[in-house]
Write a protein that binds this ligand. Structure first.
Ligand SMILES: *Cc1c(COP(=O)(O)O)cnc(C)c1O
Length: 380
């Protein structure tokens, strides 16, 4: 790659800050249109980016559409209306909310507020890829803690906190593993962490996560000023393309984050879509219920195919292909099914599949069945 550039450009490339030189670009799930073009297919399904298979709710769609006539105007930089609605929704003051262009942006903002070169940021092996990316961009030192049964080892993460640690990232549940941290463990970490070390709990899949073994970290915000909880409209709300998420934190932390946030980071149609989505309980309930059924269907399917999967409380399942994940991914692509290879997350034998509609899940399982049968045939 570098050989293609003349020396004077190489000099420039070497000027990039060290964390950025070593950074691999984020690889998004393959778009449907791209695969259809490549294969000449018309019925490709994508179960690769944890999007809501039902799409956005009709209320959100109508609300965003109605705002398009205002596109010559800057959005409300304070996000007043959405913050009011979020404040009511969470029973927390607006001063605790920071809006982001997707929750990825608030993850980036919180890291930039608190950490820089020489500071340590703690996260788990197999964690959401944005944490290591953000850490390298700001020149902080990544401290990756080995996983336990694919999930966050909270004890070990607590133990990894040193006086140099500025931030700990915890995805609950985690992507790409679907694993989660139970209330007592999370509370234990919050109790043990120094008060000047920020604990970020990323709850992107909050709406899907059910049961008493899953904590709602927002209820601890009053107790721990160093706790930051992030949420998104990209997953259960079905607004991934609108790029809208937020952080909840102590007002003093939100004040700092709002200084770093670009003035008009969230656009107007997105804020109105989010506002409508927040009120659309019926759409969330339909989405969560479909996910519950789909999770069971895929789990049964993996059992039938004799494949291990990692128990998940999100809207995806990560399964062990029993072979080469990338090859299985390619074979599924050729059958018009896009899932997610996760070798880059340290799981080269696994693939992550987003729970889709019943028809999509069936199509995926059928394709996987054929792919595995072929693999067995060829290894004989
Ligand atoms: C999808 C996801 C996000 C959300 O990203 P957005 O920027 O809000 O679209 C955040 N954290 C995790 C763990 C995710 O999987």
């Amino acid at each position: 790659m570098s050989a293609e550039f003349p020396a004077e450009v190489e000099v420039l490339r070497n000027r990039a800050r060290p964390g950025i030189q070593s950074l691999a670009p984020y690889e998004p799930g393959k778009p449907i249109e791209e695969l259809e073009r490549e294969l000449g297919l018309t019925d490709v399904i994508k179960l690769a980016s944890n999007e809501n298979p039902l799409g956005a709710g009709s209320l959100a769609l109508a609300a965003a559409t109605a705002r398009l006539g205002e596109m010559e105007r800057y959005p409300d930089g304070s996000g007043y209306q959405l913050k009011q609605a979020l404040s009511r929704h969470h029973g927390l003051p607006e001063s605790m909310i920071t809006l982001g262009n997707g929750s990825n942006e608030v993850l980036d903002i919180v890291a930039r507020v608190f950490a820089g070169p020489g500071d340590e940021i703690v996260f788990s092996a197999h964690c959401f890829v944005v944490y290591p990316i953000v850490t390298r961009i700001i020149g902080a030192t990544p401290v990756q803690v080995p996983a336990r049964a694919y999930g966050h080892d909270i004890e070990a993460m607590s133990a990894a906190i040193t006086p140099a640690t500025r931030l700990v990232f915890i995805a609950n549940p985690n992507n790409p593993t679907g694993t989660w941290t139970e209330p007592a463990a999370l509370k234990g970490l919050l109790d043990r962490a120094p008060r000047d070390c920020v604990i970020v709990v990323d709850e992107a899949y909050f709406e899907y996560a059910e049961g008493d073994s899953y904590p709602d970290a927002t209820k601890w915000l009053g107790e721990y000023p160093n706790l930051v909880v992030t949420r998104t409209f990209s997953k259960a709300h079905g607004l991934a393309s609108m790029r809208i998420g937020y952080a909840l934190s102590h007002p003093a932390v939100a004040d700092l984050m709002n200084r770093v946030r670009q003035p008009f980071n969230v656009n107007d149609p997105s804020m109105f879509a989010a506002l409508a989505a927040l009120e659309d309980r019926a759409h969330i309930e339909r989405s969560v219920s479909m996910n519950r059924d789909g999770m069971q269907m895929l789990a049964d399917g993996f059992d039938r195919l004799g494949l291990d999967y990692i128990p998940s409380i999100a809207n995806f399942l990560t399964f062990d292909t029993g072979g080469n994940g990338a090859e299985t991914y390619e074979a599924l692509l050729r059958r018009g099914v896009i899932v997610r290879p996760i070798g880059g997350y340290g799981l080269p034998a696994h693939l992550r599949v987003t729970i889709g509609t019943e028809a999509e899940n069936r199509r995926f399982l059928d394709a996987l069945d054929v792919v595995l049968a072929k693999r067995q045939g060829s290894s004989r």
